[in-house]
Design a protein around this ligand. Structure first.
Ligand code: F6R
Length: 613
């Protein structure tokens, strides 16, 4: 949430900052701004609106400096207007001593603001961030080194922050700090960067140093210095970004969401690469850091996540119960962290997060570990906070996901959960033959997902109808119930049409009251043991003149007879059906949003990576 980028080097900073902010815009897009030091004074450009608005502002009011920090905002405190846009400047009597950009929430900002106002600091905005700027300015008045000043400010701040700043007296020097909100240093030749996500610096360097919580950094064109607020100087570790910069380009697709939907055959391949062991009818997941003996002791699994990752976890519940006969509970991470649910030493806790930075999921991980439970994580973003703090886990290897509505990460999570279920099952009652069938099914998934993508023309026809609706029901049973929930979430997120997901069996217990000729129902209905029952439920909706869209097999004549539109998917073993069935639903949400003219990659009020509670 919120994008931060900083640059110091020989280039003009503004174009580098704007390009970086464009790459981070998916993290927040209420307003954008930058600050740089030019001839000893801080130049500020900021405005409500997209990064494009900032770019236009810079065109008629340029900044030539070779240093600066930029920000794209997702508002938490104060409306999304010009004044509340970052950076915020600190200083007495209108002097601009420092300019600060911030990602996170300063929870004690009201008390700090009162303290600073009593000392004569005048506030311009309603943001929590402005207190950081004035606290810095107050410390700088003592004439200390800026990094020392920052290290004195940090203990005053309660909450979370990724911070980047420039000070008027030190052109060419950037400062940064992190606590609960990511910040990386991009290490170049004669230039350095700061960013909330390596995506921003990928075109310039593959070398990054991830700051850890409690660390602050001073960055110059030549070098950078990291200090922990309690432990003093830190020798930074340089990691290499393992994806190519063009992984975050549109590559000819109209939107990132469409690109990422279409990447899903590769997503499944990458999630399973090197992890399927046909000779043992099992899966190899070395990163779990748990021996077979330890995994055999597990008697219960708790999966905690948010949003789409929570839906993937729900698929995981069905898969683990089915393949490993272990009881599974799926928790909203934001609930789990504050509930005092019983966990015994034979409970395995696993958190799931695409970004690895979601505040609620991180909170769940920390709470579980605080209680002494080894806690695993299924994460996409390498080097993210959750990945680093977990005791072990599995990376998704899905590559950067830029579309705010998550698509390929869901598929990768489902594939990894299938591998985990297989692995846990093979340590228990699952026979070699049954395990080998799951290995084969997962091996066939990429090609079958490719087939499912061919549903797009049928989806477009159905989308015309759904785009007229004010409310849509999504219904599925068994493994397809979470898929129905995910279909409903995708539609509401990007097209703003109200949508609810239910188990098909629940429909007659209430939601059927909604059925009328204006309220479509989307049934996830591939063939399976409960198919006949699903067909009966579709009949019930039809009897009430509800329009019906079904995801099912192309040769399913009964389904075709009952449905206004069938979105065809190929036949497949049950364990991988969710990977196929979700594809037409993602495409449906996409095309409905396109027809309605919505901003697909930047839906209103949302942002990627929810780093605040
Ligand atoms: C929905 C979506 C969100 C995220 C949720 C968790 O399209 O993207 O619901 O799934 O905010 O995010 P991660 O997986 O990054 O923890």
């Amino acid at each position: 949430m919120c994008g931060i980028v900083g640059y110091t080097g020989a280039k003009e900073a503004a174009p580098v900052l704007v390009a970086g902010l464009r790459r981070l815009e998916y993290r927040g897009y209420d307003s954008a701004g930058m600050a740089a030091v030019e001839a000893g004074s801080i130049e500020l450009r900021k405005q409500a609106g997209r990064v494009q608005v900032l770019e236009e502002l810079l065109r008629w009011d340029p900044v030539a400096a070779t240093n600066g920090v930029g920000h794209t905002r997702w508002a938490t405190h104060g409306r999304a207007d010009d004044v509340n846009a970052h950076p915020h400047v600190g200083g007495r009597e209108g002097r601009r001593s420092v300019a600060v950009v911030h990602n996170g929430v300063i929870e004690n900002y009201a008390a700090l603001r009162r303290e600073l106002e009593a000392e004569g600091f005048a506030f311009r905005s309603q943001t929590d961030t402005e207190v950081v700027a004035h606290l810095m300015a107050r410390e700088l008045e003592r004439g200390d080194e800026p990094l020392d000043a920052l290290l004195r400010v940090l203990p005053r701040l309660e909450g979370t922050y990724g911070l980047a700043m420039v000070t008027a007296d030190r052109p060419g020097e950037l400062l940064g700090a992190r606590l609960g909100s990511p910040l990386v240093v991009g290490v170049g030749e004669g230039e350095h960067f700061l960013a909330s996500d390596p995506v921003a610096v990928a075109p310039y360097t593959a070398n990054v140093a991830y700051l850890q919580d409690g660390e602050a950094v001073r960055v110059t064109p030549r070098d950078f210095e990291v200090r922990h607020r309690e432990r003093g100087p830190i020798a930074p570790r340089i990691d290499r970004i393992d994806w190519k910069p063009d992984a975050v380009e549109l590559g000819g697709h109209a939107h990132y969401m469409l690109k990422e939907i279409r990447e899903q055959p590769d997503t499944a391949t990458n999630a399973c690469r090197g992890r399927l062991v046909r000779a043992e009818g099992s899966a190899r997941l070395g990163g779990l850091n748990m021996t077979a003996r330890q995994l055999r002791r597990v008697r219960r699994v708790v999966l905690a996540a948010c949003g789409t990752s929570w839906h993937a976890a729900l698929v995981g519940e069905y898969l683990i119960e089915r393949l490993a006969h272990l009881p599974v509970e799926v928790e909203y991470a934001g609930e789990f962290r504050y509930r005092n649910g019983p966990l015994d030493d034979r409970t395995l806790v696993i958190v799931l997060s695409q970004s690895g930075e979601t505040a609620d999921t991180l909170g769940a991980l920390r709470e579980s570990r605080r209680r002494g439970h080894p806690t695993l994580a299924i994460v996409n973003t390498v080097g993210s906070t959750i990945a680093r703090e977990a005791d072990g886990g599995v990376y998704l290897h899905a590559g950067p996901e830029i579309g705010v509505a998550s698509t390929k990460a869901f598929s990768a999570q489902v594939a990894v959960l299938a591998l985990l279920a297989l692995h846990l099952g093979r340590l228990r009652q699952l026979s070699f033959t049954e395990g080998a069938a799951v290995v084969d099914a997962l091996g066939s998934a990429p090609a079958l997902i490719g087939e499912a993508l061919k549903a797009e023309p049928a989806v477009e026809a159905a989308a015309d109808r759904i785009a007229q609706a004010r409310s849509v029901l999504f219904l599925g049973r068994d493994l397809h119930y979470p898929v129905a929930l995910e279909g409903a979430l995708k539609l509401k997120e990007i097209s703003y049409i109200h949508a609810e997901g239910y188990p098909t069996s629940e429909m007659k217990h209430g939601p059927i009251a909604l059925i009328d000729p204006q309220t479509p129902s989307v049934f996830v209905a591939p063939r399976g043991p409960l198919h006949a029952k699903t067909l009966s439920n579709i009949e019930e909706v039809r009897a009430r003149r509800g329009p019906i869209v079904s995801v099912g097999l192309a040769d399913d004549e009964d389904l075709a007879r009952l449905s206004d539109h069938v979105l065809p998917i190929p036949d497949a073993p049950e364990v991988i059906q969710p990977l196929l069935a979700v594809v037409p639903l993602q495409l449906l949400a996409y095309h409905v949003a396109r027809i309605k003219g919505c901003d697909i990659d930047k839906p209103r009020n949302l942002a990627k990576s929810v780093t605040v509670e």
